[in-house]
Design a protein around this ligand. Structure first.
Ligand SMILES: Cc1cc2nc3c(=O)[nH]c(=O)nc-3n(C[C@H](O)[C@H](O)[C@H](O)COP(=O)(O)OP(=O)(O)OC[C@H]3O[C@@H](n4cnc5c(N)ncnc54)[C@H](O)[C@@H]3O)c2cc1C
Ligand SMILES: *[C@@H]1O[C@H](CO)[C@@H](O)[C@H](O)[C@H]1NC(C)=O
Ligand SMILES: *[C@@H]1O[C@H](CO)[C@@H](O)[C@H](O)[C@H]1NC(C)=O
Ligand SMILES: *[C@@H]1O[C@H](CO)[C@@H](O)[C@H](O)[C@H]1NC(C)=O
Ligand SMILES: *[C@@H]1O[C@H](CO)[C@@H](O)[C@H](O)[C@H]1NC(C)=O
Ligand SMILES: *[C@@H]1O[C@H](CO)[C@@H](O)[C@H](O)[C@H]1NC(C)=O
Ligand SMILES: *[C@@H]1O[C@H](CO)[C@@H](O)[C@H](O)[C@H]1NC(C)=O
Ligand SMILES: *[C@@H]1O[C@H](CO)[C@@H](O)[C@H](O)[C@H]1NC(C)=O
Length: 606
């Protein structure tokens, strides 16, 4: 009898707590999505000003290793180095902890209008972003434990073997595809049905397919096969072809590097993590040209901490060059203009690379089921549904548009559906000016429209990061310089021609699919595609290259062991070391760089 009551009691408690959880998530989502539509992004690092301007510097003691930034790379490096018990580590992050809202990948676009984003925009662009306010594109950068992996679209993409062979060909020993493949596999706990020998199982980072598959997935795969692409595991033997998306979630929840990696290490007594702390400078001994520690600001106070062995900068492609420049490492003339004493004359902030994304709206006669928020949350709690994925259709392809056999594929094509974001969120994420925003709000029918993304993978244009002033309270300048080179527009136009071919396949004819007209550009003019591309496309949020790896200090910032040229005890480990862009989203490659970097550093410290 007692047992029966106990069992009954447990059942009731479980049912009540499930519905409490469901209510909690529904409320959280309503609140946070509404907040995102009015949230004002900061224009400076104002919250750190009082501490930065105080005259007193407090002593924070001494560690073996100090790591700047707990993003994708920083979380991995801290986790791996703290495996050696005798090494003491301080990890310093400007943002705060993750929350329940950012666990839902389907709501990723809303995180851009919250304290999880630094708030950057590009400088006014000359060749692209012309339909955005003041020709400035939004330039989202994460400010939270986990960095980009805590706010991104969770797409797991490694790139092409040629990408890494090209890094090696620049003189970087140990970075060819054959050398780096084990480090991709090391992080992974792959649940996908992929090519044998290419996937890791038992690592910290979960990779799975999302469910349930949209009915449109079949149309997409069939249509792509009709255009003569083959079906592939794009993280396996061959990247080029059509494929099912592999994503970084665990039973539908985001697998950031805070969750997947750092949480394993935070209980270790040799690792200390400080959040809401801005590193303002690397301290460097001028005689020996060695990094000795960093200065940082937290709780309205300024601190200095010493690093006995290493300072590792993992602040990401925008903030890593900013911090190096603030510390006297960078182009001589720029530092002279700002009266920052020169430590090492290196091309920091140059070679800024990004992908370029063109967003197309395609209408079909498929109508997405109208699910309530309650249904979506209940699905999410079971690891399924729209809240668990950033793309919904789960399909993607990679292809070439011309003979570019020296590089990986020219175009990545992603299909998502139907438009889940409302028009006012779209305006904010894209920074559309009022004319363009009005055009899209009239155009979009959320339940029938798909979003197709055409991504240019190997842009030839290069941008630059540089300082506005000598103060870390000011944001750095970010000039992506997208589409300066005409060749970039030409390759995107060829990508668009592929889209027209895909629309003509039987699989898409079955859906009556059509690309929506953009009234801004005259469809019958010769310049139609160019008008479309330059006005309405924008950055892929995959910046890299601003502290590039290579042997010659006149052209590169770090060597192939990730040591800053000419400065002792100082390394950069993050996406800024990519010397060339890669054929896909950058999170997995950054994780690989961090695994390999940590491996190199551990062998020195042991
Ligand atoms: C909106 C968006 C969507 C994306 N979608 C995908 C995707 O679907 N798939 C994919 O593979 N990639 C995606 N990416 C890219 C991917 O997330 C990044 O390439 C990756 O996170 C880069 O890692 P990182 O370690 O170089 O830098 P980050 O992850 O940006 O980490 C840098 C960290 O350093 C901290 N920091 C910076 N400066 C300081 C300072 N001075 N003091 C203290 N801390 C500091 C930052 O707050 C941040 O947490 C996306 C990125 C964005 C922004
Ligand atoms: C928005 O951008 C488009 C394209 O460049 C331009 O034609 C239009 O005048 C702009 N509208 C506003 C309000 O700035
Ligand atoms: C896709 O192709 C398969 C095999 O030819 C077929 O069985 C299926 O019905 C097709 N699906 C769609 C949506 O066209
Ligand atoms: C696909 O290949 C077949 C056979 O080689 C060819 O007839 C057809 O035109 C190709 N289709 C496309 C869209 O390129
Ligand atoms: C979908 O549901 C919402 C809220 O219940 C309702 O306002 C809307 O009209 C519905 N749309 C369709 C196409 O059924
Ligand atoms: C493509 O270009 C490479 C050199 O860049 C050349 O070796 C190859 O023969 C070319 N292939 C075709 C089909 O033109
Ligand atoms: C663009 O500028 C206009 C006019 O200043 C403003 O009304 C609009 O909200 C801005 N758009 C965005 C996305 O900030
Ligand atoms: C969609 O359009 C196609 C082609 O015109 C047609 O065969 C099909 O029945 C339509 N489907 C719906 C749901 O209207």
């Amino acid at each position: 009898m007692a047992l029966l009551f106990e069992a009954l009691f447990c059942l009731i408690v479980a049912a009540v707590s499930a519905s409490l959880t469901s209510d909690y998530y529904q409320q959280l989502i309503s609140q946070e999505t509404a907040k995102a539509l009015t949230y004002e992004l900061p224009k400076k690092n104002e919250e750190f000003r009082t501490g930065f301007e105080s005259d007193e510097i407090n002593d924070y003691g001494e560690y073996d290793v100090v790591i700047v930034g707990a993003g994708t790379a920083g979380c991995i490096v801290a986790t791996r180095l703290s495996e050696i018990a005798k090494i003491s580590i301080l990890l310093i992050e400007a943002g705060g902890e993750e929350n329940d809202f950012n666990q839902m990948p389907g709501l990723w676009a809303y995180h851009q209008f919250s304290e999880l984003n630094w708030g950057y925009y590009t400088t006014p662009q000359k060749y692209s972003c012309l339909g955005m306010n003041n020709s400035q594109c939004n330039m989202v950068r994460a400010k939270v434990i986990g960095g980009g992996s805590s706010i991104n679209g969770v797409m797991y993409v490694r790139g092409n073997y040629k990408d890494y062979d090209n890094w090696a060909a620049l003189g970087n020993r140990g970075w060819s595809y054959k050398d780096v493949l084990p480090f991709f596999k090391k992080s992974e706990n792959s649940q996908v049905d992929g090519d044998k020998g290419y996937h890791g199982i038992g690592g910290f980072w979960n990779i799975e397919y999302s469910l349930p598959l949209s009915p449109l997935y079949d149309n997409f795969v069939n249509g792509s096969l009709e255009t003569n692409l083959t079906f592939v595991d794009y993280n396996g033997r061959s990247q080029i072809g059509v494929t099912r998306l592999q994503i970084n979630t665990k039973r539908g929840r985001r697998q950031s590097f805070g969750t997947a990696f750092l949480n394993n290490a935070r209980k270790r007594s040799n690792l200390k993590v400080v959040t809401k702390a801005l590193v303002t400078k690397i301290t460097i001994d001028r005689q020996s040209k060695r990094a000795t520690g960093v200065e940082f600001v937290t709780n309205n106070k300024k601190f200095r901490v010493r690093a006995r062995k290493q300072v590792i900068v993992s602040a990401g492609t925008v903030n890593t060059p900013q911090l190096l420049l603030l510390s006297g490492i960078g182009p001589r003339n720029h530092l002279r203009d700002l009266k920052i004493p020169l430590v090492a004359d290196l091309p920091v902030g140059k070679n800024l690379i990004d992908h370029f994304i063109l967003t197309l709206i395609v209408r079909s006669n498929y109508t997405a089921p109208n699910t309530t928020l309650q249904q979506q949350v209940e699905q999410f709690l079971n690891g399924l549904g729209t809240l668990t994925t950033s793309t919904n259709v789960h399909g993607m392809s990679f292809f070439n548009t011309r003979n570019n056999s020296a590089e990986g594929p020219a175009i990545q094509f992603v299909i998502a559906s139907p438009v889940s974001a409302d028009a006012s969120l779209l305006q904010r994420t894209q920074n559309y000016n009022n004319t363009i925003a009005e055009m899209y709000s009239k155009l979009i029918q959320p339940q029938n429209d798909m979003v197709w993304y055409v991504v240019l993978l190997h842009e030839k244009s290069r941008g630059r990061i540089w300082l506005q002033s000598e103060s870390p309270i000011d944001f750095p300048n970010i000039d992506l310089n997208l589409l300066e080179k005409q060749e970039d527009v030409d390759v995107l136009s060829e990508g668009m021609e592929y889209v027209y071919r895909l629309l003509k396949t039987e699989a898409f004819k079955k859906l009556n699919a059509e690309l929506l007209d953009v009234p801004l550009c005259d469809k019958n003019s010769k310049q139609f595609l160019e008008c479309f591309i330059r006005n309405l496309g924008g950055p892929g949020y995959h910046p890299c290259g601003t502290a590039a790896m290579g042997p010659d200090p006149r052209k590169f910032v770090v060597d192939d062991k990730l040591r800053v040229h000419g400065v002792g005890n100082l390394r950069v480990v993050d996406a800024s070391i990519f010397p060339l862009g890669i054929s896909g989203n950058t999170n997995a490659a950054t994780a690989m760089v961090a695994e390999k970097g940590a491996d190199i550093i551990k062998s020195e410290l042991k």
